[in-house]
Design a protein around this ligand. Sequence first.
Ligand code: FUB
Length: 377
Amino acid sequence: MTRFTTKSFALLTCLSLLGMSCKQKTDKKETTKNEQEVVTNTTAEETTEIQPLITHIYTADPSAHVFDGKIYIYPSHDYESGIPENDYGAHFNMKDYHVFSMDNIDGKVTDHGKVLDVEDVKWAKRQMWAPDAAEKDGKYYLYFPAKDEKDIFRIGVATSDSPAGPFKPEEKPIEGGISIDPAVFKDSDGSYYMYVGGIWGGQLQNWRTGTYNTDFNSPYDNEPEDDEPAIAPRVAKLSDDMLQFAEELKEIEIVDKEGNPILAGDHDRRFFEAAWVHKYNGKYYFSYSTGDTHNIAYAVGDSPYGPFTYQSVILKPVLGWTNHHSIVEIDGKWYIFFHDSSLSGGKTHLRNVKVSELEYNEDGTIKAIDALVEAEK
Ligand code: FUB
């Protein structure tokens, strides 16, 4: 896989990063969504960067799939809406989706244009965040979160006869579909599962009692104490028609190697948002963002419902506050699609999609990637 820049490109890119210097190693301090502190400690000559896949518009949260022998990417479509940044993520004010495809991993990227607009979704008001897509029996399903008229995130679905859209939205959101970042996993037996959830701006903390709690003044108010189990992401099997849940959303346990739940105070390992599941050698790999510690981490289990045992970090912090990914097998190799903010010079809400090969060790563990220091290959 050769999507790497030359060292001179890296130098130029690095010099354009709004006062940030190039770095060998990112050292991000724990921050709120309003701030990002990047500490640099080496020179540009030592770095190369993975190139953005898409440069004519801003894209983020890439969910990649192989449909009909082609690679399709379903990302968020970032743009400058002028909404000021806050800890609820108001600045991520996206209003539509584009779909992209590639004939192969080194091929050119085709933009299939706008495939769904918030204006066309009756129940949705704003903030079309990270989507995903699935195929069943020749039909394609685009799953997406958006805020309804009460400013509560719901999960919607839209359908198409083509993986490239356009997608026609259902009249109502999926019943029981809450929070953000839907990710659909097709198991080997043909069952489909949806994973959802995100804390803080993703609102999962407000659903702790089962109904949405509006009695809070900050995104942190409803979080558990540090020594309590962290808020759990959710999963449900999809119905045969792919338009509803076949069961209630269940909480997913993420545990350490001793079987103890990862605690809310363990910001380096606890679930924040951006769930993704893939299967490798018969094991289920649940990967996710740790949010304010900016990692993509993973945990492994024997069932799509978990429990999942925490392993380690797959993708270290990237330039920009958010970190969000998908993992897909293409022609016998594994790839991680992710985003950073290099194209916009580090702006949190203006991101761009990238891809890198993902490698496993013999024991099935995944080798960590530091996208900021990928050496030229
Ligand atoms: O793109 C908006 C939000 O930022 C996503 O839903 C999160 O996963 C984070 O990437």
